[in-house]
Design a protein around this ligand. Structure first.
Ligand SMILES: [Zn+2]
Length: 131
């Protein structure tokens, strides 16, 4: 069950974690006013004028913010020498807070998960006990 242990304190309980990227979003709104004036009919007494104003807003949205962990290529041929993106798995030692990174998924258990598992195992044992 406990595949890894903390390099710093030897702790065996880990929480899984990840980085959240603060994404910056800029919105540049541009408003267009469209005024239509039309006079339907008029004489000396009545002037009937229609004023139609429509506003349209166009938003230009610019956002950025991506993070990748790149594995540097070992290929010597410069045409196929591309670095590849690999997933990073992060595990946070619950005893000392040390964060360990792996490019492979590890089977870890937090203190809470261990407690829940033991509770579940106990429940299971009790149900067997009844038979
Ligand atoms: Zn530790």
């Amino acid at each position: 069950m406990k595949e890894i242990k903390c390099l710093v304190c030897g702790g065996k309980h880990f929480r899984k974690g990840y980085y959240e990227i603060d994404v910056n979003v800029d919105i540049y709104p541009t408003a267009y006013n469209n005024v239509d004036v039309s006079s339907r009919s008029f004489d000396d007494v009545h002037i009937d004028v229609d004023v139609d104003i429509s506003t349209s807003i166009e938003n230009e949205i610019v956002e950025s913010g991506e993070i990748f962990y790149k594995l540097v290529s070992e290929e010597k041929d410069k045409y196929s020498n591309y670095d590849s993106t690999v997933e990073v798995y992060k595990y946070n030692c619950e005893d000392c807070g040390y964060i360990m990174n792996f490019t492979q998924e590890k089977n870890v258990e937090s203190k809470h998960e261990e407690k829940m598992r033991k509770q579940k195992e106990n429940t299971y044992d009790w149900s067997k006990f009844g038979k």
